[in-house]
Design a protein around this ligand. Structure first.
Ligand code: MG
Length: 274
């Protein structure tokens, strides 16, 4: 990724954070901590890694991206809107009565592959897509962005076992591993450690990276699959609420509204960041 592309991704991450904060304020609710956690990785994935076309969101050979942590979907919607999948002013209708954009992500929106929000659904569907692509001899790849809470679900582990056993090396699971979830620290609820070792034992190739270092995100995905014949998992170490100091690493910001005063405080910080 050259310096121009890196600059574009940094600016897109900043715009994403600003959109999300405003959407949660206007919609009076949302999973803001979860959105900010993935705001740096999504611009890199969408502009540098995925084969997708905003002008042709359903083209047959596109890579598929499923956001399994669909409750934080406003971050993905912001990136899709900025890249031209749908008009930017749709973001003003997030979480509003009769608005175009729901709180949890919907496949009715151009560029969104699958409706998610209830955890544990994304990876099984991605696994099925990977199986179908293999059987049809197709070359596109299937990406699924998962999370701590998402990996608490048994259905996620069924998919992990299936993909490892059947060698779906066209499947890439990305983990937004901020170690917090709705009600507290992941280690106190269902501890995923050692996540890397568990995935390796289930037949996956695993890499870890800083999910807020955009060059590191790019480097982690430029040579897929990591191992021929194995599904790939990339564990991104992230900070829930990243970019707004009073939200960072605070699980109480998993879900909720944002007053006008706190919005102004958060925007001041995000807009000043380089
Ligand atoms: Mg989490």
């Amino acid at each position: 990724m050259n310096s121009q592309a890196l600059q574009f991704c940094a600016e897109l991450a900043q715009k994403t954070r600003i959109h999300c904060l405003k959407m949660v304020n206007k919609g009076k609710s949302g999973h803001i901590g979860s959105m900010l956690s993935m705001a740096d990785m999504l611009p890199v994935i969408y502009t540098q890694i995925l084969n997708v076309d905003p002008k042709d969101p359903k083209k047959a050979d596109r890579d598929r991206f499923i956001l399994s942590k669909g409750h934080g979907g406003a971050a993905l919607l912001s990136v899709l809107a900025e890249l031209g999948f749908f008009p930017l002013d749709w973001l003003d209708q997030y979480y509003c009565d009769n608005g175009k954009l729901s709180g949890h992500i919907s496949h009715h929106i151009p560029g969104v592959e699958f409706s998610t929000g209830s955890l544990g659904h994304g990876l099984p569907v991605a696994c099925g897509m990977a199986m179908a692509a293999k059987q049809a001899g197709k070359k596109h790849r299937i990406f699924c962005l998962s999370s701590d809470g998402d990996l608490n679900e048994g259905s996620s582990w069924e998919a992990i076992m299936l993909a490892g056993q059947h060698h779906y090396d066209n499947l890439i699971m990305l983990v937004d591993y901020n170690r917090l979830q709705a009600l507290g620290k992941s280690k106190d609820i269902i501890d995923l450690e050692s996540l890397s070792e568990k995935l390796k034992l289930f037949g996956w190739a695993v890499r870890e990276a800083d999910g807020h270092d955009q060059m590191a995100v790019y480097e982690s995905l430029r040579d897929l699959p990591l191992v021929n014949g194995k599904p790939t998992a990339v564990i991104y170490h992230t900070v829930k609420g990243k970019g707004v100091s009073f939200m960072e690493n605070e699980y109480k910001w998993h879900y909720g509204g944002l007053t006008d005063e706190l919005l102004a405080e958060a925007l001041k910080e995000v807009e000043a960041a380089k």
